[in-house]
Structures are given as C-alpha cells and as structure tokens.
Design a protein around this ligand. Structure first.
Ligand SMILES: [Zn+2]
Length: 308
C-alpha cells in the first residue's frame, strides 16, 4: 500500500500529559517531549499533526462497563482501585483518558486512508472492562478495534503488541470478538503477574538476545499472517523492552527496536495492509533519552513509507 500523499499523520493532543507527584514512575511530560523532539527532526517535513476529539461515552461503553466509566467520570475510585490503576485520579486524567482512546481510533481511521498513522500516545493495554490497571484508565487498543468492527469500518483487525508487558486487558476485552486477533510478545516474568491468554502469546525470557528477539518477531509475523487477513493492524511499539528501561527486565538495544519496527511496518506495507502505531510503554528518568526511544517508531515509519 503506497502512502500517496507522502506525509504521515501524527496524532497528538496537548492534554495528553497529566500532573503527577514528583518521582512517579510514569514520566509526566513524555508526550510533549516526544512531539518537541519529532518537530525538530527532518521527518516532520513529511508529517501532519492531527488533534483528536474526546471519545463519547457510547463508544467507550462498547469496551468498558457503565459502572466503571461512572467511577472514572466522577472520581469515585476506591483507594485500592486507584492503587491498581497506579495513577492518582484528577480532572486532567479523566480528560486524557477520553482523548487517548479516540486518538488511537483517529490514528486507525487515518491509517485506513493514508496506509500509516502514528499516535503519540496509546498502548493502554492493561485496562480491563471494569477496572483500570498499570497506568491504563481505558483500553485504547480494544476501544479502537471494537469500534472499527462495530461501525463496520473493518471486518477484521489484528493487534500486535510488543510492549514488554503482556496486553492482558486487550486480550480479556477482545476475547468475545472473533474478528479481532490479539498477539502479545512480552517478558514472561514481568507485570502483570496473572497473564490473560490472547489469541497468540509469545512469552520471552529475561535473557533473550537481540538476535533471538528479532527471530521471534519474524516468526510471529508469519503466524499472524496465517491466522488472520486483517483490514488493519494496530501496532503497540512499546519501548520498555529497552535494556535501560526502568521497568523492562529485557536487554534489547535501540538498534534492535528500530529493526523490529522496520520489519513490522515493512511486512504490512508489502501486503498493502494499513497499520496504525501507538507508543506503548517506556520508562526512564532521562526525559531526552525516553523521547528518543519513543521516536524510533516514527523514524521507522518515515523510512518505510516516505523514504522508499
Ligand atoms: Zn509496558
């Protein structure tokens, strides 16, 4: 599938960043940092930034229970629910949750038009139908896949989740939808302790080499190709597999993450299957370094869709 317009849609909203206590593991300014790094790069000449609207409640109810949505809406989470979520409730968090899910859906719709689109957020794959978990309020991946099917925009959607943590929320929410195929490649000893089987799970040992990691990526693409012919791929390009990630446990270097992203994008470009990407997890106290890691998928997309 050719990117006829020679630009890649980037989806971003200034309200993606939320106020957090200092030393919180989630880097509060990571989305703005990423945009600012990308805008300084030459690849921004081949991009156009789109700002999503907040999702509406009806769309969210396709994925989350009414009672959970109300708890988020009115800030009624119990202390233990807030602990499992890992983020303190705030009006800003509420706003962000509504924007983020629709940011990924917007990216998906733009990808269907332009072959590729990259969200500067997303990957909130630990959110379940009735509770938030691991910094994820609503599940943007399940939200996008299910709404695309519900609106009859896609017949089949493939989710490829390469965040270091298993996409448990996505697997659980999408388990009743045969039109969505969920694939997660993750560190087996990492969060969440209790994994929820998706359609295809690839648990990784902490000691996996960069070479073996890439071999598993290539093998995974072939399995997915045999199992489903999707109208769209949603790709979680999490960079918490990085060797210096605070929460990752794996020893994957930046070069291999670039190879991974190029291999995945190129694979679906060759098959003329549109792909939208989300940034997924990435944790570091060094804000520049983290923005650099998250920028890899944007550079890979530029190389695959604009430079060739
Ligand atoms: Zn993660």
């Amino acid at each position: 599938m050719k990117n006829r317009d020679n630009f890649i849609p980037w989806i971003y909203h200034p309200d993606y960043d939320i106020p957090l206590p200092t030393n919180h593991r989630f880097t509060a300014k990571k989305h703005a940092d990423l945009l600012s790094l990308l805008m300084k790069s030459e690849i921004s000449n081949n991009s156009r930034v789109f700002q999503p609207e907040p999702a509406n409640k009806d769309q969210i109810q396709i994925v989350h229970t009414k009672s959970y949505i109300n708890k988020i809406e009115f800030g009624n989470l119990s202390k233990s629910e807030e602990n499992i979520l890992g983020l303190p409730w705030s009006k800003e968090l509420l706003k962000r949750a509504y924007l983020d899910v629709n940011g990924t859906l917007t990216a998906a719709k733009l990808a269907l038009k332009h072959a590729i689109a990259c969200h500067l957020a997303g990957g909130t794959h630990h959110a379940h139908a009735n509770f938030g978990s691991g910094f994820c309020v609503f599940n943007d991946i399940a939200f996008t896949a299910k709404n695309l099917i519900h609106e009859c925009i896609c017949k089949k959607v493939l989710v490829i989740d390469c965040d270091v943590h298993q996409g448990d929320g996505t697997a659980s929410i999408c388990s009743d939808e045969p039109a969505i195929y969920t694939c997660s490649m993750h560190a087996k000893n990492n969060f969440p302790l209790e994994k929820i089987n998706g359609d295809y799970d690839i648990p990784l040992d902490d000691e996996i080499s960069n070479k073996e990691y890439m071999n598993k990526i290539i093998y995974m693409l072939d399995i997915c190709n045999k199992e489903i012919s999707p109208d769209l791929v949603i790709y979680d390009a999490g960079v918490d597999v990085h060797q210096n990630d605070k929460l990752g446990r794996l020893k994957i270097n930046s070069e291999t993450i670039m190879k991974r992203d190029l291999a995945i994008l190129d694979y679906f470009k060759q098959k003329s299957i549109p792909i939208c990407t989300v940034i997924g997890g990435g944790y570091s106290e060094d804000r520049n370094e983290l923005a650099k890691r998250h920028s890899i998928i944007f550079n890979a997309a530029h190389r695959v869709y604009c430079a060739s």
